[in-house]
Design a protein around this ligand. Structure first.
Ligand SMILES: Nc1nc2c(ncn2[C@@H]2O[C@H](COP(=O)(O)OP(=O)(O)O)[C@@H](O)[C@H]2O)c(=O)[nH]1
Ligand SMILES: [Mg+2]
Length: 339
């Protein structure tokens, strides 16, 4: 798994660009090689394609992508707007390769960061073979769901599958009214009721997806589970721990950057990362009394980073204040949240 995570693959027509990371002190240098795909090796009727998962914040998009890929490629939290950028999770089977495109939740943005997140999410809709429009199927739909449905009706030219998630929470008495209200969200779409956390109906959903994908060779190498490199995953895993352990405005005010990445020994990677917050008071909360909170965050993240690296990690965390970073394009660029 470690070697997969360290490798970043990008597909382009029939060719795959192979990026291999080399570390030079704290900056990362990429070398590029080209590996052509042999069309003769492709199984007959093999399917391959991109499937975007879109919807309002917190409906379970990232949970679904993780469940279908079988590896946690996207962080998840009960707080809205956890996913900040588009990322891919790749499921490879003998008969198909499905590239799931996880997206930030579509909402009415209140700052520059929110704007770039919503633009990124809506921008993928016509770059894929299929759109999964996910809603919280345990509740009546909201105006946000209706706006997304309308946008899909107007703009989306690829098939849409309506996915009603969180069926484990749907009360039997509500089934008919809630389901009908969700059907009214999009003009025409097949649908599936699922529970991403329990895995209910996911094999059926996969069958529905496969039926709508084109035939073709693999788009990514078969052992790759995500297009993110290990530094990006690490920054996200640290941010996830902050989301889990803090409340109120902190989760939205936090960004994480990797400052140093050094493989000190074959079995030990030294990582230094900075957690950015917007105010001094938030810095105090993230550090906690006697550094207790930062320790908890570091421990939770380190265990998961070690799963990806396959060996020990020494994680050094710093907390710094970057006032109003979410409003500033230069900061968003530095964090890789804006191209
Ligand atoms: N009960 C229940 N909770 C779910 C389900 N799927 C996701 N969740 C929870 O919903 C919250 C948001 O999930 P996340 O995947 O981050 O949502 P996203 O913002 O749409 O990507 C998390 O607390 C998940 O555990 C589900 O099928 N049932
Ligand atoms: Mg998400």
């Amino acid at each position: 798994m470690a070697s997969l995570a360290k490798t970043l693959w990008v597909s382009k027509a029939q060719r795959v660009l192979y990026f291999q990371r080399a570390c030079v002190s704290s900056c990362f240098v990429y070398t590029i090689a080209v590996k052509p795909v042999d069309p003769n090796q492709v199984a007959p009727n093999h399917k391959a394609g991109f499937v975007a998962v879109i919807g309002k914040p917190n409906v379970g998009k990232s949970t679904l992508v993780n469940a279908l890929v079988g590896v946690k490629v996207a962080i998840v939290s009960p707080k809205p707007q956890t996913t900040r950028r588009v990322l891919r999770g790749i499921l490879t089977r003998p008969d198909a390769q499905i590239v799931f495109v996880d997206t930030p939740g579509i909402h009415a943005p209140q700052h520059e960061l929110g704007k770039t997140m919503v633009e990124a999410a809506t921008g993928v809709v016509n770059d894929v073979d299929l759109v999964l429009f996910m809603t919280d199927g345990a509740q009546m739909p909201t105006d946000e769901d209706a706006r997304i449905g309308k946008r899909l009706d107007e703009k989306c030219r690829v098939p849409v599958l309506l996915v009603l998630n969180k069926m484990d929470r749907l009360k039997p008495a509500d089934v008919q009214a809630v389901t009908e209200a969700h059907f009214a969200l999009v003009r025409y779409a097949d649908w599936m009721r699922v529970s991403a956390t329990r895995g209910t109906n996911l094999p059926k959903l996969l069958d529905q997806i496969l039926a709508r994908l084109p035939e073709g060779p693999e788009l990514y190498p078969p052992d790759l589970v995500t297009d993110q490199n290990l530094q990006a995953i690490t920054a996200e895993l640290i941010r996830e721990q902050v989301l889990l352990h803090t409340r109120q405005e902190i989760p939205h005010s936090v960004a994480v950057a990797i400052d140093e990445w050094e493989e000190r020994r074959e079995d030990l990677t030294h990582i230094a990362a900075t957690i950015y917050v917007e105010r001094e008071s938030q810095k105090g909360i993230v550090i906690g009394a006697g550094g207790a909170m930062l320790k908890t965050i570091g421990q939770g993240a380190r265990e998961q980073i070690e799963w990806w690296t396959g060996h020990k990690v020494y994680l050094e965390l710093w907390v710094k204040v970057w006032e109003k970073w979410r409003e500033r394009e230069d900061r968003l660029r530095q964090l890789g949240l804006l191209e």
